[in-house]
Design a protein around this ligand. Structure first.
Ligand code: CDP
Ligand code: MG
Length: 136
């Protein structure tokens, strides 16, 4: 039984600034993800606030939104079997210190805030987040 899904990935400003996008895109391809759509954008703080609205009440919300809007990002629509969960596995834990060997955040992340990649955490959120960046 195939269970093809799409999920949203973001290559965050710290990774784009270090020019890691091609390497990270290759990591997705190596794990069987097809890149359906991608674009490089620089969002405003207001857009970042909308995107991260679920974190509105968190103490890190303001810094997080400032950070995501601090420089160019690459947004990607990724497709494969169980894409949402497989991308979360490939990314690793939120804090690079806790991320397992071989994960993107372990390899490329600098700190809990500059952790190089975002990935949708559920199928419902993947739809919402893909819509946010690609169907506006
Ligand atoms: O990105 P992920 O789903 O793994 O984590 P999250 O809990 O949804 O948090 C969203 C983002 O907020 C993280 O990727 C971090 O960049 C940032 N964050 C932070 O700066 N400080 C924290 N204590 C927790 C999260
Ligand atoms: Mg999250």
């Amino acid at each position: 039984m195939s269970n093809i899904e799409r999920t949203l990935s973001i290559i965050k400003p710290d990774a784009v600034q270090r020019n890691l996008q091609d390497q990270i895109k290759q990591e997705f391809k190596n794990k069987g993800f097809e890149i359906i759509e991608e674009k490089k954008i620089h969002i405003s703080k207001e857009e970042a606030e909308k995107f991260y609205k679920v974190h509105e009440t968190k103490p890190f919300y303001n810094d997080l939104c400032k950070y995501l809007s601090s420089g160019p990002i690459i947004v990607l629509s990724l497709q494969r079997e169980n894409a949402v969960m497989e991308n979360r596995k490939l990314m690793g834990a939120t804090n690079p210190i806790d991320a397992k060997e071989g994960t993107l955040r372990k390899k490329y992340g600098i700190s809990i805030d500059k952790n190089s990649v975002h990935g949708s955490d559920s199928i419902d959120n993947a739809k919402i987040e893909l819509d946010f960046f690609f169907n506006r």
